[in-house]
Design a protein around this ligand. Structure first.
Ligand code: ATP
Length: 450
């Protein structure tokens, strides 16, 4: 089995990720989050929110709708940008407008698909591995109300960012934030990808964590550097292997015309080096387009300079699923267990691991041990330490299970515990065991799993 297959299999076996609509044969390239996966995913989103919203005085949160006014997508350029005939390289997943290729559009305006069949990808150089051209909008279309008329057409958002821009004025009017300030949002985004795949890397439904950080135009470089450092800090904090991460500046020729600087944060996945996150300086492109589109002034009055202007924006854009995929490839480790047998463990930071601690009775058929273990488990739960109670199989099996789901500590209640009110605590990575008094257990867990 390849590393990729081993990880996919672990995520299914342990209840992290299931195929969408599994019992109906599965919906291709769709994935759902099982009981363990939802804990991991929520922990990651909470950690991001805590670091970039709660802990910062200069960032506020927002939760906008998935379906916005269709004019939002007109103004943002999404309606137009995504409705050209597109082809996508099956090797590197770069997309190209087919009508840019010489000879593709014939004299009568018809498509000449043969041109595409032999087309060499300008990005990775692969020849003849393009998808057929499709004039489709990457946005999922739907209809509001009962009748499917074009007047009722609406779209599922392809990114969370535009929901932020359209509430810029509301936030300035209600909270009067001073520049620089950011608006953050976590939520679902939908893209009718031509070639989804590589497990949860590219899906049609995914989650984004985005910040639009509004700044004075002349200060853009300073803030860009700040957010680059913040992204590095985040990558370390969440447990992604920095040795596999590359910050690549996008050359001017490939950048969006409005961006003075864009960085693709890439990760060495087993299927190649691919985009993990994006960091872009977007100028005032979005606010000025929404000002034109809505005919509402979105100018910001700056008390310091006594001027009204459109702030510029720095956008760190992170995918939740790609974070998890990079994290799984970073945290998946193998070594030898207490009995000399090969074991797999997930070296997850405690802050994102589904559980911080597992609590076991040494034997699963001794009511007095089960009762004491339940007592300890409830005590930890009441102290807000995410814990799991496990009495299935023997102790070796339980260690193996907890290692595979990344639980940092395992606590065992044995016969001695009934006498001395102490327990054995085993650490996931080192497998070292220590005897800890039950009354000190929560502070011990807190200090060792910060
Ligand atoms: P790609 O080139 O891989 O399609 P993109 O440049 O279109 O990505 P952005 O529009 O910059 O992506 O979106 C920001 C982030 O959202 C990406 O860096 C990624 O983490 C995530 N993302 C985008 N598309 C998908 C998808 N189809 N599935 C999962 N995550 C995605």
């Amino acid at each position: 089995m390849t590393l990729f297959d081993e990880i996919v299999s672990l995520t299914k076996r342990r209840g992290f990720i299931f195929q969408n609509s599994d019992i109906y044969g599965g919906l291709a390239n769709g994935w759902d989050w099982g009981p363990l996966g939802v804990l991991l995913k929520n922990n990651i989103k909470q950690l991001w929110w805590r670091e970039f919203v709660t802990k910062r005085e200069d960032v506020v949160g927002l939760d906008s709708s998935i379906i916005l006014h269709p004019q939002v997508w007109e103004a943002s350029g999404h309606t137009k940008e995504f409705s050209d005939p597109l082809i996508e390289c099956r090797t590197c997943h770069k997309r190209f407008r087919a009508d840019d290729i010489e000879g593709f559009i014939g004299d009568e305006g018809t498509w000449n698909e043969d041109v595409v069949k032999t087309f060499q990808c300008p990005s990775c150089g692969t020849k003849g591995n393009m998808t057929s051209p499709a004039s489709f909008n990457l946005m999922f279309k739907t209809f509001l109300g009962a009748s499917e008329e074009s007047a009722n057409e609406a779209f599922l958002r392809p990114e969370t960012a535009q929901g932020i821009f359209i509430h810029f004025k509301n936030i300035v009017d209600t909270l009067a934030p001073k520049l620089p300030f950011g608006i953050a949002q976590i939520g679902k985004a939908f893209r009718n990808e031509i070639t989804p795949g590589n497990f949860i890397f590219r899906t049609r439904e995914f989650e984004q964590m985005e910040i639009e950080y509004f700044i004075r135009p002349e200060e853009w470089e300073m803030h860009f550097n700040h957010w680059e450092e913040e992204l590095k800090r985040w990558i370390e904090l969440v447990g992604i292997d920095m040795g596999k991460v590359h910050f690549v500046e996008v050359p001017e020729t490939e950048r969006a015309h409005y961006s003075k600087k864009t960085i693709d944060v890439e990760f060495d996945f087993p299927f190649g080096r691919k985009e993990l996150y994006g960091l872009a300086y977007r100028g005032d492109f979005d606010l000025s387009n929404h000002e034109k589109g809505s005919k509402k002034s979105l100018g910001y009055y700056d008390e310091a300079s006594k001027e009204t202007f459109l702030p510029h924006v720095i956008e760190p854009s992170l995918g939740v699923e790609r974070t998890i995929l990079a994290l799984l490839f970073s945290a998946y480790k193998k070594d030898v267990d207490e009995k000399g047998e090969e074991r797999v463990y997930l070296d997850l930071p405690p802050a994102v691991a589904p559980y911080r601690v597992a609590v076991f009775p040494l034997l699963s058929n001794k009511p007095e041990l089960i009762e004491k273990a339940k007592e300890v488990y409830v005590m930890l739960q009441n102290k807000n330490i995410p814990a799991i109670f496990d009495k299935g199989g023997n102790i070796g099996k339980r260690y193996r299970r907890q290692d595979e789901i990344g639980t940092p500590l395992c606590v065992t209640i044995d016969f001695e515990s009934l006498e001395d009110s102490a327990v054995t605590v085993r650490e996931r990575n080192t497998m070292k065991q220590e005897r800890i008094a039950i009354q000190d257990l929560d502070s011990y867990i807190r200090t060792t799993t910060q």
